[in-house]
Design a protein around this ligand. Structure first.
Ligand code: XMP
Length: 524
């Protein structure tokens, strides 16, 4: 059987905001790729054996002393290279061309590139035309510009502020583009990346959902053999897809532990049991630990302390259950590719702790279980796609992210069951309204926050003095930055009325319009 990973593209990261998007577009074209930092060793580059290399954008300037460079092994490989923005400038600089700082001619946002010559990567692509020349709508973000091409390169496209917007050395399969093909604002961007990996690098498009599932199933079977595996099932997308995948791979050798901590959304516990235990026949142990969590959280108001209590108690309960499963040798986890990239970045010291994220299923340190992480290579959208193919309900797979500590970080200050019950009702009204109005998939994450303060209201029956909730809906690509979604006013009005009319303990509904930064997405 062909290994899906044999034909692969190396994406070298120069610190660009959208490097992960490049990798996602490559995968969508059906080709496996990995992101590695620009300073990987020549040996790693050679061992990787890529069919092609994509150099990402980045915040620095190649003219500055000590700026990131392309590893010499990459330039020594006989495979196609596509340099994007900083990646193109680094290529020009290192191959003997010239890049100049042109602060007065910076280009950010929409721009139009005119094709001056032909190149395989662009032939036939056109959004507009001018004087018989094809033009492309692109997204630019650069200060420096290419002034002189390296030997062997020709000028293919120009924009108002980037005389070298597209350059190519067709014979060597080397291309440079000043704009960002990975963002949707570049209309033909996905097609350019598709052509690069399929036509120029000659990959076959093996990376398809069916093949990914077959490969993951085979690898799990090979790894765990006849051993038993346990999985902490949270009901979130990642652990749900791991459960479905492992069930397909090893059936009854899998036991899932589902801990109901009392901080789940409305009916969530029952839905998890129905989907997995009832419909799919997965072996799931449900632990009703609501009271234990509420007792542990009583009187605690500090957000980080709450996170730690919830995370530690989860591990404690999970260990108790695991201890009962004497034959389990493996712990399955829903680690996905962005987690792998981020933890690589944090070990290199560049990450900053803002909130400690306790992912449900964090490896209890003293448990002697080996790890199986079948989603380690996958982006979230790939996880979702294979989840649906594995038979999970689309609504479960398309769900917005839900933090490990659940409603624990959406009830400000002390967590009480009374507050959680009120919040669940309000949140269900908001989320169902988003679904009904076809807005749910237009925002990246939406939820309700419980504020333990009282406010005066007036209803037909008289005065009300009760709690406040805040609605939060954000748009984001990477959850590192976000902006409040501009939900229609009428919609917010409807949700607010429904909440106040049907939940007597709520007197007021607010909408959070803060961006991240300076706010965070969750309130705690
Ligand atoms: P913030 O609030 O930091 O959230 O802007 C960014 C994303 O992370 C999620 N989040 C968490 N996820 N455990 C998790 O598993 C946590 O403690 C946690 N805190 C925040 C948040 O929902 C958003 O998607």
């Amino acid at each position: 059987m062909t290994d899906l990973h044999d034909q692969r593209i190396l994406v070298l990261d120069f610190g660009g905001q959208t490097t992960q998007l490049i990798a996602r577009r490559v995968r969508e074209s059906g080709v496996y790729c990995e992101i590695h930092p620009w300073d990987i060793s020549d040996q790693v580059v050679r061992e990787f054996q890529p069919r092609g290399v994509i150099l990402s954008g980045g915040p620095e300037s190649v003219i500055q002393e000590g700026s990131p460079t392309i590893p010499s092994a990459v330039l020594g490989l006989d495979v196609p290279i596509l340099g994007i923005c900083y990646g193109m400038q680094a290529m020009v600089h290192q191959l003997g061309g010239e890049v100049q700082a042109q602060a007065a001619h910076s280009e950010f946002g929409h721009a139009r590139v005119t094709l001056q010559d032909r190149a395989r990567l662009f032939d036939g692509l056109q959004d507009h035309s001018s004087d018989g020349k094809a033009q492309l709508d692109v997204w630019m973000s650069h200060g420096d510009r290419v002034e002189q091409l390296p030997e062997g390169f020709t000028l293919i496209g120009t924009s108002a502020n980037a005389p070298g917007a597209i350059i190519a050395n067709e014979a060597a399969g080397r291309y440079g583009i000043q704009f960002h093909p990975e963002v949707t604002h570049t209309t033909q961007g996905a097609e350019i990346l598709r052509r690069f990996v399929l036509d120029i690098c000659q990959c076959d498009g093996l990376w398809t959902p069916d093949n990914i599932i077959d490969d993951a199933v085979a690898r799990v079977q090979e790894t765990v053999g006849a051993d038993e595996v346990i999985l902490a099932l949270s009901g979130g997308v990642d652990s749900s897809v791991v459960a479905a995948l492992l069930h397909k791979a090893i059936g009854k050798q899998l036991t899932c532990v589902f801990v109901d901590n009392g901080l789940l959304r409305l009916h969530e516990g029952d839905q998890v049991m129905q989907t997995f235990a009832d419909n799919m026949g997965v072996h799931v142990i449900r632990v009703n630990a609501q009271d234990r969590f509420m007792e542990a959280l009583a009187g605690v108001t500090d957000p980080e302390a709450k996170r730690k209590i919830i995370g530690n108690l989860f591990v404690e309960i999970f260990e108790e259950e695991a201890a009962k499963l004497k034959n389990a040798k493996w712990l399955a986890q829903g680690t996905i590719y962005p987690d792998v990239i981020e933890s690589a970045a944090s070990t290199s010291g560049s990450a900053h702790l803002i909130k400690s994220h306790h992912n449900v299923g964090g490896l209890p340190s003293e448990m002697r279980l080996k790890l199986v992480e079948p989603l380690r290579e996958l982006f979230k959208d790939e996880v979702r796609t294979i989840g649906v193919d594995l038979g999970l309900p689309p609504i479960m797979v398309q769900r917005h992210p839900f933090p490990g500590p659940g409603l624990g970080v959406r009830i400000l200050g002390e967590v009480k069951k009374e507050y959680a019950d009120i919040l669940r009702e309000a949140d269900a009204i908001f989320i169902n309204a988003l679904l009904r109005h076809d807005l749910y998939n237009k925002v990246s994450q939406a939820f309700t926050v419980f504020l333990p303060i009282k406010s005066v209201g007036v209803t037909g029956d008289g005065r009300r003095y009760d709690y406040v909730v805040a609605l939060r809906a954000v748009e984001t690509i990477d959850f590192m930055t976000a902006r409040a979604a501009q939900l229609p006013w009428d919609f917010l009005d409807e949700v607010s009325r429904t909440i106040c009319n049907s939940i007597p303990r709520i007197s007021r509904v607010t909408y959070d319009i803060s961006s991240k930064p300076p706010a965070t997405i969750e309130w705690e």
